[in-house]
Ligand binder design. Structure first.
Ligand code: HEC
Length: 193
C-alpha cells in the first residue's frame, strides 16, 4: 500500500512533538510531581502508632548513629571508634534515611499515640498516651515543628555520612539528641522533670 504524504507528515509532526517532550521531560516531570504532592488526596495508612514509630523507625537508628563514633576508656586505655569500612558507612546511611522518613511519618496527622489499651510506662514521670494525645490535638503545629527538627538533624547526619566525616557525625549527633529531647520535654515528660 503506497504511503500518503499526509501520513508521512503525521509521523513527522508526531515525532517532533516527542522530541520536544523529551527535551523538557525532566522539568515537566518534576513540576507534575510537585503538583501531585500538593494536590492529590493521599490516603496514608496511619495504623502504626507514635510509640511504635519511636521503637522501630527512630530509636534504634539514632542509637546506631550515636554509637558509630565513641571513645571507650577501659583497662586497655582509651580507644576511639569511628566508621571505617564502606559497609559501615552504608549501614549508617540507612539509619539516617530511616529517621528522615520516620519524621515524615510523625508529621502525618491521625495517628494514635500508642496501641489501644496501652498504658504509660512511667506514668509518674511521663504523660500517659491519652495525655499525649490531648496535647497533640491542642497543638499539632508545634508537634510538626519538633518532627521537622528531628528530620533536619537526621539530614545533617546524612550529610556527615555522605562526606564520611566522623567529626561532623559526632557534632550532628548532639544536634539529633537535642531534637529528641525538645519534643519529649513538651509532649512526653511531665513538667519539672
Ligand atoms: C515530634 C516529637 C518527638 C520527637 C522528635 C522524638 N520523640 Fe520519642 N516520643 C515522643 C512521644 C510523644 C513519645 C511517647 C509515646 C508513648 O506514649 O509511648 C515518645 C516515646 C519515645 C520512646 C519510648 C518508646 C516506647 O517503646 O515506649 C523512645 C525510646 C523514644 N521516644 C526515643 C526517641 C529518640 C531517640 C528520638 C530522637 C532521635 C525521639 N524519640 C524523638 C515524641 C517524640
Amino acid at each position: 500500500m503506497p504511503i500518503k504524504v499526509s501520513q508521512i507528515l503525521t509521523v513527522l509532526v508526531f515525532s517532533s512533538g516527542l522530541l520536544s517532550c523529551s527535551e523538557q521531560a525532566e522539568d515537566t516531570l518534576a513540576e507534575i510531581q510537585s503538583e501531585q504532592a500538593q494536590e492529590a488526596p493521599i490516603n496514608f495508612n496511619t495504623q502504626i502508632t507514635i510509640r511504635e514509630i519511636m521503637a522501630s523507625l527512630i530509636d534504634p537508628h539514632a542509637d546506631a548513629l550515636w554509637n558509630s563514633v565513641r571513645i571507650i576508656s577501659d583497662a586497655n586505655g582509651i580507644t576511639e571508634y569511628f566508621p571505617e569500612t564502606d559497609e559501615e558507612w552504608t549501614a549508617l546511611r540507612s539509619n539516617a534515611v530511616t529517621i528522615i522518613e520516620g519524621s515524615n511519618a510523625l508529621m502525618m496527622p491521625g495517628r494514635l499515640v500508642a496501641p489501644p489499651g496501652a498504658t504509660g510506662i512511667f506514668p509518674e514521670f511521663e504523660f500517659t498516651p491519652e495525655e499525649v494525645a490531648e496535647r497533640l490535638v491542642a497543638d499539632f503545629q508545634s508537634w510538626e515543628g519538633f518532627a521537622r527538627g528531628l528530620q533536619d538533624a537526621a539530614i545533617e547526619m546524612l550529610d556527615a555520612v555522605d562526606a564520611q566525616d566522623p567529626d561532623k557525625l559526632s557534632d550532628s549527633g548532639a544536634f539529633l539528641d537535642e531534637a529528641c529531647e525538645a519534643c519529649h520535654s513538651v509532649y512526653w515528660y511531665r513538667a519539672g522533670i
